[in-house]
Write a protein that binds this ligand. Structure first.
Ligand code: IMP
Ligand code: MG
Length: 178
């Protein structure tokens, strides 16, 4: 695809890693009630692949959407829920599924919001992690790939709502960034 200067993670590597992550989740949540919470829109491809590798008996999937105002602040009040879960997560084990952990603001906000609802536990599963850009000290419990500080698209991730459909993760061409 000519929007990318190179492919960072190809389809085969994504499939293999997502299977490994699901394997760990299956082991860790055996016998428990799990609610997988996908963060829209970026996680939609990842969560579709991940869910099909989950073998737990008692698993539900739900979605949340958040918006952030301005990328240059680390203030948590700059983030808000624009679409909430359908179901109550009280006494349930919650696994937040996010496309990428970047500054950490989104996940920090979501952890605070969801922990306040009295779940049995809350953990974070991120397909990618850009540790070099963190503003909030936070780590995922399950991480797919540590990546360098470059803007990536595909496999659910966008630039200005485009490129989410690419089956791989690519580094966006610098000249396309406005
Ligand atoms: P954080 O609050 O800075 O950790 O924001 C994470 C969110 O920023 C992700 O859910 C993505 O929507 C977006 N994001 C961060 N890095 C990238 C990237 O390289 N490509 C596309 N979206 C990104
Ligand atoms: Mg996102």
């Amino acid at each position: 695809m000519d929007c990318c200067e190179r492919i960072l993670i190809d389809e085969g590597s994504l499939a293999k890693r997502v299977s490994e992550m699901a394997g760990r989740i299956n082991a860790d949540y055996e016998g428990k009630r799990l609610t997988v919470v996908g963060i829209l829109k970026g996680s939609f491809v990842f969560i579709a692949d991940l869910m099909r590798r989950i073998t737990l008996e008692n698993v539900e999937v739900d979605f949340m959407k958040v918006s952030s105002y301005g990328p240059f602040t680390d203030a948590m009040d700059a983030i808000s829920v624009t679409q909430d879960l359908d179901a109550d997560v009280r006494d349930k084990h919650v696994l937040i599924v996010e496309d990428i952990l970047d500054t950490g603001r989104t996940i920090a906000f979501l952890l605070g919001t969801l922990k306040a609802r009295g779940p049995a536990s809350v953990k974070v599963c991120a397909l990618m992690d850009k540790p070099g850009r963190r503003l909030v000290e936070i780590e995922a419990d399950y991480t797919g790939f540590r990546i360098p500080d470059e803007f990536v698209v595909g496999y659910g991730l966008d630039y200005a709502q485009k490129y989410r459909h690419l089956p791989y993760i690519g580094v966006l061409r610098k000249d396309l960034v406005k």
